[in-house]
Design a protein around this ligand. Structure first.
Ligand code: GDP
Length: 447
């Protein structure tokens, strides 16, 4: 995500960090590099200008000149300014306003293919899990039956409720009926998906305006593809002129987006960024956090997200059980398999690497990572082909059983042997940690 911008800026940051003294010359050089990086990333020109002005003003100010390590202080200035331009004055990024007489209505707007329907599903999941809300979804897209079906699929996938509609109805009637249903069945939130537009289309714009007036939504979210760069910002602007948008969801930041939209949308439209889409799957939505995004852009890595992600999946009871098992020297192949599954649950190696500082991530090539993920799947397959007894006591495995296991999991017998050797090594290592603090730490990582 945002690879080029990150690469360029992190190079500047790295050089600046090493500078003991700030001179006009090296400051000018840095500003030029930042300017190039921002323009290349398709950041809107007024945003580039104001960012540079601010950075220059602060860089030459006391904050930096007077500091003990000016390079470091300068990096701080850049980081804060990037965060500032994405957050705007208010601090409402990343939060939805649901403070209304339920049901709170969220109206979704955007061009076709922006990721609207997918985002409805992700948002329903987020609202249920993070905010403990009862969510109803409904589609007012009466032009494409497939769109209604797609919404039904994603809604069911995340376990929210879907309000049926069909192409013979009028969008306004659908919305009214859904709202009525939500009131009578005590839903907290209704998310209304609307027809996608290929461009700014007058008739469709009128339709969504009418829907807006009828529904009086507390949130009107504009969904836009980050890969469109400046165009994303321009369409957001056009929609905002027609509709009072309350937030933007920037999708597909996991693709080869150049990052310009993330940096420009707030300042150009005045509408806060509320969420970012970082994967196709339903888990791939993050509440937007300007500071974290600035760190990501600067290549400082998103350690916070990584920790959060790890915490989400850590089952404390399981961790403690494993710690106690390790301290008794009872770490077996079942535990080993749990550990492999844990890694896959966290999205595999590539997803973890994406959150690390770019220098680290670069060291591990994508090809290596995807190989590592494939390897993990194969290892799981081998362990799955064993009997529970064998998993507990792999030393019992005879050559004939190893051959069967290899056949059962579609690998060569050497691979089974390699896995057993690796496991043995790990077991020895675990024994060395026996009882110590390290055992608990390792168990937390593995559970
Ligand atoms: P809509 O026409 O606006 O409703 O768009 P869809 O929800 O149908 O999404 C269009 C395509 O973009 C689909 O293939 C989605 O899977 C994909 N998509 C949506 N959001 C994301 C995202 O955050 N990351 C990635 N990689 N793909 C996404």
């Amino acid at each position: 995500m945002l690879e080029n911008l990150t690469d360029r800026l992190s190079r500047v940051v790295k050089t600046m960090r090493g500078q003991a003294r700030l001179t006009e010359a090296n400051t000018a050089e840095m500003l030029r590099e930042i300017r190039l990086a921002l323009l290349e990333a398709d950041v809107a020109l007024p945003v580039v200008k104001s960012l540079l002005e601010q950075i220059k003003f602060k860089a030459l100010g006391e904050e930096v000149i007077g500091s003990l390590s000016p390079g470091q202080a300068l990096v701080g200035v850049v980081q804060r300014e990037l965060a500032q331009v994405m957050a705007g004055d208010s601090n409402q990024s990343g939060e939805l306003n649901l403070a209304t007489q339920p049901p709170a209505v969220i109206l979704m707007a955007g061009l076709q293919g922006a990721g609207k329907t997918t985002s409805v599903g992700k948002l329903a999941k987020w609202l249920q899990e993070k905010k403990k809300k009862k969510v109803l979804t409904v589609s007012c897209d009466v032009y494409r039956p497939a769109a209604i079906e797609q919404l039904e699929t994603v809604t069911k996938q995340v376990g929210a409720e879907f309000f049926s509609s069909n192409v013979n109805q009028k969008p306004n009637d659908i919305a009214t009926a859904a709202l009525d249903w939500a009131r009578r069945h005590y839903f907290d939130v209704v998310i209304v998906d609307t027809a996608g537009r290929l461009g700014i289309d007058e008739a469709l714009m009128q339709e969504i305006k009418t829907l807006h007036a009828n529904l009086n939504p507390i949130e009107t979210l504009f969904v836009v593809d980050a890969m469109l760069g400046q165009d994303a910002v321009n369409t957001a602007k056009a929609f905002h002129e027609a509709l009072p948008l309350t937030g933007v969801i920037l999708t597909k930041l996991d693709g080869d987006s150049r990052g310009g939209a993330a940096l420009s949308v707030r300042q150009v439209t005045g509408v806060p960024l509320k969420f970012i889409g970082v994967a196709e799957k339903m888990e791939g939505l993050e509440a937007f956090d300007a500071e974290r995004m600035a760190n990501r852009i600067l290549g400082m890595g998103d350690i916070l997200a990584l920790v959060e992600q790890a915490q989400q999946h850590v089952d404390v009871a399981k961790a403690e059980k494993l710690a106690s098992k390790i301290s008794k020297g009872g770490f077996d192949l079942e535990d080993f398999r749990d550990q492999l599954m844990q890694m896959q649950k966290m999205g595999g190696m590539a997803s973890l690497m994406d959150k690390l500082p770019s220098q680290v991530a670069q060291a591990a090539s994508k090809a290596n990572l995807s190989n590592a993920d494939k390897q993990t799947t194969r290892m799981r397959g081998i362990i799955d082909s064993m009997t529970p007894q064998e998993r507990r006591k792999p030393e019992l495995l005879k050559a004939s059983r190893k051959r069967r296991i290899a056949a059962g999991s579609g690998v060569e017998v050497q691979e089974v042997n390699r896995l057993l050797a690796q496991f043995e090594q790990m077991q020895t290592m675990m024994k060395q940690f026996k009882g110590g603090k390290m055992a608990r730490t390792m168990a937390t990582m593995a559970a």
